[in-house]
Design a binder for this molecule. Structure first.
Ligand SMILES: [Zn+2]
Length: 347
């Protein structure tokens, strides 16, 4: 029964996530009036766990590869939630035990925000002295206020390298934590409610909340996320915008993202061989998204390309103490400055 209710919620969430191409929908749940409180809680918890897993994998990848990224910034590993982004804010506020609107949605494992002890769903009271009570009301595009809050947080970290966050403990006491950013490659990770796809747009990696990789072991999901991250690092979305999305161009970018994947995994602390294992797990059962017969090589070929990088990664690591892809990875596509975000994400 609960599963059926949850499927209904997914359908409604899909309707919202279709609003506006490229809209940043930060894992909002739609909760129609008929839902019991326990269904809202279980939906929130499922989404929260997926958010936290994606943030944790993303964190390992962006901090582990920071020494080789040209575009880095300080990051603290915090994903916020805005209750106003939900259809029934009151019900969600009750389920998350909040009096305000802004809360901790996810903490990347090993990040400053996790080490500072901020719990899941902790209410955020102020950021750098700005009270969350003073935020403007959420507009028609409910997700926008949350996206703006993340932009401000990123800006503060770039400007000062740290940010002061006031939050409410489980006992109700206000606590102020100063979080010092760590160097990270400039890509954000998001779970998109109601989607099955994984995609990249140059600045962001989006993983659908229904993506099949959530059923896999962490290192295999990390491989799929590293493939998308590779598209951003290589500037593929903007390169395709500039050069055309022909089948051969897409195949070239897919192959390059596959080949870079194990380098990124190695620096993130994962087994680089997980990339090829992911392809063998994923390929035979999936004919959409990451694997498309006409624009992508077959999954067995893809596993082969990925495996062929392993000795190169080993050599690079022995020489430089890390898998220095900036120096040792051989590109298929002429390197150029294609770092801008694209309005057309690729998979
Ligand atoms: Zn791809």
């Amino acid at each position: 029964m609960r599963a059926a209710v949850w499927r209904g919620a997914q359908k409604l969430r899909r309707a919202l996530s279709g609003a506006g191409a490229g809209a940043v929908l930060l894992a909002a749940v739609i909760t129609p009036p008929a839902f019991a409180a326990e269904d809202i809680s279980s939906g929130l918890n499922t989404l929260q766990q997926r958010d936290e897993l994606v943030q944790s994998i993303g964190w390992k990848l962006v901090t582990g590869n920071a020494p080789f990224c040209t575009d880095t910034r300080p990051a603290i590993g915090l994903l916020l939630q805005d209750v106003a982004a939900f259809v029934r804010p009151d019900a969600v506020r009750r389920a998350m035990k909040l009096s305000g609107d802004i809360a901790v949605q996810a903490r990347a494992a090993g990040s400053p925000v996790e080490q500072a002890g901020l719990p899941v769903f902790a209410e955020i009271l102020a950021i750098d002295g700005q009270s969350m009570r003073g935020l403007p009301a959420a507009g028609k595009e409910r997700w926008q206020r949350l996206a703006e809050l993340h932009r401000k947080l990123d800006k503060a970290l770039v400007a000062r390298g740290e940010v002061k966050i006031a939050w409410r403990s489980a006992e109700g006491a206000p606590i102020v934590s100063t979080l010092v950013g760590r160097a990270a490659c400039a890509t954000n990770f998001e779970v998109i409610a109601g989607s099955r796809r994984a995609s990249a747009n140059g600045a962001r990696v989006a993983i659908g909340s229904d993506f099949a990789g959530f059923a896999y072991q962490e290192e295999l999901l990390a491989a799929a996320i590293a493939h998308e991250f590779a598209h951003n690092l290589m500037g593929h979305p903007a390169w395709l915008d500039a050069n055309g999305r022909s089948q051969s161009h897409i195949r070239m970018t897919e192959r390059e993202a596959d080949r870079l994947m194990p380098w990124l995994l190695a620096n993130g602390g994962y087994d680089p061989a997980a990339g090829a294992r992911f392809m063998r797990e994923w390929g035979p059962g999936n004919d959409g998204g990451l694997f498309r017969s006409r624009t992508h090589d077959g999954w067995d070929e893809r596993a082969g390309f990925i495996g062929a990088e392993l000795p190169l990664i080993q050599r690079s690591t022995a020489a430089h103490g890390g898998a220095d892809w900036a120096l040792d990875f051989v590109r298929d596509i002429p390197a150029a400055a294609y770092s801008a975000a694209s309005s057309s994400p690729i998979e």
